[in-house]
Design a protein around this ligand. Structure first.
Ligand code: NAD
Ligand code: DAU
Length: 338
C-alpha cells in the first residue's frame, strides 16, 4: 500500500482519516470528493501543503473520472468514505442515496477490478443491522435488516463489495462503524447540532421520547480501526468498529448542556423520525482480536467534541446559513407546523 484514493475525504470522517494517516505513514493520499454540501475544503486546510497530499474534485458515479484519477496517481488502494450520510435527508429525498451510495460504490469497484488494485476498503455503518433490541449486540455474521433509505443503500453497497470479492476475487475489506463524533462534524447530525444550538441558546430538537440508544465513538478511534483493518484485516471480511457502550440520546443532550453550562430546558421534544431505529449495539470483539481498542469513553469523546466546537466557531458559524437553513426549516420548522 503506497498510494491511497480517499473518496469523500473532504467530509467529516474522511478528513479526520486523512489527518490521521498523514501523521503516521509515508503514503500518498489523494482525496477524491464531489464537494457536496457536506464536503468542505477547509476540513483539509491543515494538510493542504503536505507533499503526500493531493485533492481532486470529482464524482464517484462518473466512471471516466474515477478511472482517470486512479491511473494518474497510480492508486493501489481505495478507501471509500464517499456517501450521502444523513438519515433525515434520506427520508426527505431518497434517490440521491441510492445513486451515490450504491451506484457510486459499484463504479469504484469496477475501476478497482479493471486496474487490479491491491485493496478496496469500504466504509459501512452499524445501521445496516437495523434496530437491535437489548441486550443483543450485532456480530458481523448477523442478518442485515436496514430500515431507512440511507441504511438500505449502505447495505446494498456492502452486498456489491462482497459480490466483487466472491465473483472477481477483488481484495476487499469492510468496516461497520457506529456513530462518530469529533472535529469537522457537519451540524445537521445530532451532537454538533445540539452543541451549536446550545451555544446560541436555541432549542435542542429531541426526536420522540429521547430514549433511543447510540454507540457514540470518537472519530479518531474509528480511523484507527480502519487503519488496523487496512494493515491486518483478512480479505473478504467485515469488522464492527465502536465502543460497545450505548448512550440514550436524552443523556447525550443533557451532558452537552452541562458541559456548556446551559439549562436542560433548552431540550424540546419534537415529532419522531419516521422509522427511527431505537437502538444500535455492536459486538466489537472481532476487531479487538486484531489488537485494536477504543481509546475514548463516551464522556471523554463528548468533552473533546464540545470543546472543539466552542473553539472553532469560525468553522461552523458560516455553515449555519444558506442551504443549511433551508434544510433546517424543512426538517424542523415546517414539519412541526410552527
Ligand atoms: P459526510 O457527509 O460528512 O461526508 C461525505 C463526503 O462524501 C463529503 O465530503 C461529500 O462531498 C462526499 N461525497 C458525497 N457524494 C459524493 C460523490 N458522488 N462523489 C464523491 N464524493 C462524494 O459523511 P461522514 O459522516 O464523514 O461519513 C463518511 C462515511 O462513513 C460514509 O460512507 C458513511 O456512511 C460512513 N459512516 C458514517 C458514520 C457517522 O457517524 N458519521 C458512522 C459509520 C459510517
Ligand atoms: O450509526 C452510524 C450512523 O450514525 C451513520 O451511518 C450515519 O451516517 C450518521 O449520520 C449517524 O446516523 P444517526 O441517525 O444515528 O445520527 P444522527 O446524528 O442523525 O442522530 C443521532 C440520534 O439522535 C438518532 O437517534 C436521532 C436523534 N436525533 C437526531 C437529530 C438530527 C434527534 O433526536 N434530534 C435531531 O435533531
Amino acid at each position: 500500500m503506497k498510494n491511497l484514493l480517499v473518496t469523500g475525504g473532504a467530509g467529516f470522517i474522511g478528513s479526520n482519516f486523512v489527518h490521521y494517516m498523514l501523521e503516521r505513514y509515508n503514503y500518498k493520499l489523494v482525496v477524491f470528493d464531489k464537494l457536496t454540501y457536506a464536503g468542505r475544503m477547509e476540513n483539509l486546510d491543515r494538510v493542504a501543503s503536505n507533499p503526500n497530499f493531493r485533492f481532486v474534485q470529482g464524482d464517484i458515479c462518473e466512471l471516466e473520472a474515477v478511472r482517470a484519477v486512479v491511473r494518474e496517481h497510480q492508486i493501489d488502494t481505495i478507501v471509500n468514505f464517499a456517501a450521502e450520510t444523513h438519515v433525515d435527508r434520506s427520508i426527505l429525498g431518497p434517490f440521491e442515496f441510492t445513486e451515490t451510495n450504491i451506484r457510486g460504490t459499484q463504479v469504484l469497484l469496477e475501476v478497482a477490478r479493471e486496474q487490479q488494485l491491491e485493496r478496496f476498503h469500504h466504509i459501512s455503518t452499524d445501521e445496516v443491522y437495523g434496530a437491535i433490541p437489548a441486550p443483543n449486540r450485532s456480530k458481523e455474521g448477523d442478518p442485515l435488516e436496514p430500515r431507512s433509505p440511507y441504511s438500505a443503500s449502505k447495505a446494498g453497497a456492502e452486498h456489491l463489495v462482497y459480490a466483487y470479492f466472491v465473483t472477481y476475487g477483488l481484495p476487499v475489506t469492510t468496516t461497520r462503524g457506529s456513530n462518530n463524533i469529533g472535529p469537522f462534524h457537519y451540524p445537521e447530525k445530532a451532537v454538533p447540532l445540539f452543541t451549536t444550538n446550545a451555544l446560541d441558546n436555541q432549542p435542542l430538537p429531541m426526536y420522540g421520547d429521547g430514549m433511543q440508544q447510540r454507540d457514540y465513538q470518537y472519530v479518531e478511534d474509528h480511523c484507527e480501526g480502519i487503519d488496523v483493518v487496512l494493515h491486518k484485516g483478512q480479505l473478504g471480511e467485515i469488522y464492527n468498529v465502536g465502543t460497545g457502550v450505548e448512550t440514550h440520546n436524552i443523556d447525550m443532550a443533557r451532558k452537552i448542556l452541562d458541559l456548556l453550562g446551559k439549562p436542560h430546558s433548552l431540550i424540546t421534544y419534537v415529532a419522531d423520525r419516521a422509522g427511527h431505529d431505537r437502538r444500535y449495539a455492536l459486538d466489537v470483539s472481532k476487531l479487538q482480536a486484531l489488537g485494536w481498542h477504543s481509546r475514548h469513553s463516551f464522556d471523554q469523546a463528548l468533552e473533546k467534541t464540545v470543546r472543539w466546537f466552542v473553539d472553532n466557531e469560525a468553522w461552523w458559524r458560516p455553515i449555519k446559513s444558506g442551504e443549511y437553513m433551508d434544510y433546517y426549516r424543512r426538517q424542523y420548522v415546517e414539519r412541526e407546523g410552527r
